[in-house]
Design a protein around this ligand. Structure first.
Ligand code: FPP
Ligand code: MG
Length: 318
């Protein structure tokens, strides 16, 4: 299912404005535009749409005020992906050649920095207040800590708790931040802010678990990136952890994942176990906990859309 199809009309209308403003934000410099526009085209816009839904989930927070922050979230996300692709020396992302592959790492570092700076320019120009700036700064710090943690433990088998810490830092905190910011700008009470934050966090854990599954079993034409990329670059994820626990070929699998060699053999070993079902069940449990945290005070149409976003997370193919 397409993410946008999971959203109601209000959200779909917002999406058009969002696209226009993303293009404006990256359009000041012709080279930057040329270098990153193809990458922006392939995104799902999950983060800004979550923010917009939450910002409009009680009363209607004016679109002209909410849009720059929505753009900021997509710019930070894309900046982090541009840098992530340098770190991983990835060649393909969202179905197109990565910035580092096309222009080299030097240019890609700067394109990422530019997007990042532009994101914070939009925040500075729009007077969202100290709590929004602090929340965004903490988000970026956490992204960096998560990425450093991942990089320092490549080709090492993490414990389940280390795996969860990592996916929390690199994904769950991002989605929870989007929801939290929506709740903050629309002046929700503390309880509602906490509940929407918890919704986003559970959503993020489910999202990353499905992402980790798609890395092994997704259709490359749909995911837009090569299969087995995580293992090749030494990132050991939940399907592997489960297979290491239950497979009678665990020793061979451990050898493969700690060397990054023969990813196809690893995929076969994982596939012969219940790892896919296990991961999906874990993701569904997080989605259930996301649903439980949705405040009852939201507008019914938005609450429905947020539930549909949750369904999309487990059903998604990219
Ligand atoms: C993709 O994850 C990458 C991230 C979720 C975060 C990367 C964060 C940084 C590089 C630090 C922050 C930098 C800035 C400029 C904000 P993945 O590698 O699991 O997914 P993939 O398979 O799509 O690459
Ligand atoms: Mg990566």
């Amino acid at each position: 299912m397409n993410f946008v199809a999971a959203l109601n009309d209000v959200a779909a209308k917002n999406l058009l404005t969002l696209e226009e403003q993303i293009r404006q934000a990256i359009g000041e410099d012709p080279f930057i535009f040329q270098a990153c526009e193809p990458l922006f085209k392939g995104g799902k816009r999950l983060r800004p749409m979550l923010f917009l839904l939450c910002a409009n989930s009680k009363s209607n927070f004016p679109p002209e005020k909410s849009m720059p922050l929505a753009v900021t979230l997509e710019l930070i996300h894309t900046a982090s992906l541009v840098h992530d692709d340098i770190i991983d020396t990835s060649k393909k992302r969202r179905g197109v050649e990565t910035t580092n592959s096309k222009y080299g790492a030097q240019i890609a570092v700067l394109v990422g920095d530019y997007l990042f700076a532009k994101a914070f320019q939009l925040v500075a120009e729009n007077d969202y207040g100290a709590e929004v700036s602090t929340t965004l700064s903490k988000l970026v710090k956490n992204l960096c800590v998560g990425e450093i943690m991942q990089d320092r433990s490549l080709y090492e088998v993490p414990t389940l708790s280390e795996y969860y810490t990592r996916i929390n830092l690199k994904t769950a905190i991002f989605l929870s931040t989007c929801c939290k910011l929506g709740a903050i700008v629309s002046d929700m009470d503390r309880r509602e802010v906490e509940n929407l934050t918890a919704y986003g966090s559970s959503l993020g854990l489910a999202f990353q678990i499905i992402d980790d599954l798609l890395d092994f079993f997704g259709d490359e034409k749909i995911t837009g990136k090569p299969r087995g990329g995580d293992l090749k670059s030494g990132v050991i994820t939940l399907p592997v952890l489960r297979a290491l626990e239950v497979s009678n070929e665990a020793a061979k699998l451990r050898e493969i994942v700690t060397s990054g060699q023969d990813v196809d053999a690893a995929i076969k070993i994982i596939q012969a176990t219940d790892a896919v079902d296990y991961c999906r069940t874990r993701a569904e449990a997080h989605i259930e906990s996301a649903r439980v945290n949705l405040p009852l005070t939201l507008k019914p149409s938005v609450a429905r859309a947020l539930e549909q976003v949750a369904d999309f997370i487990v059903d998604r193919t990219r």
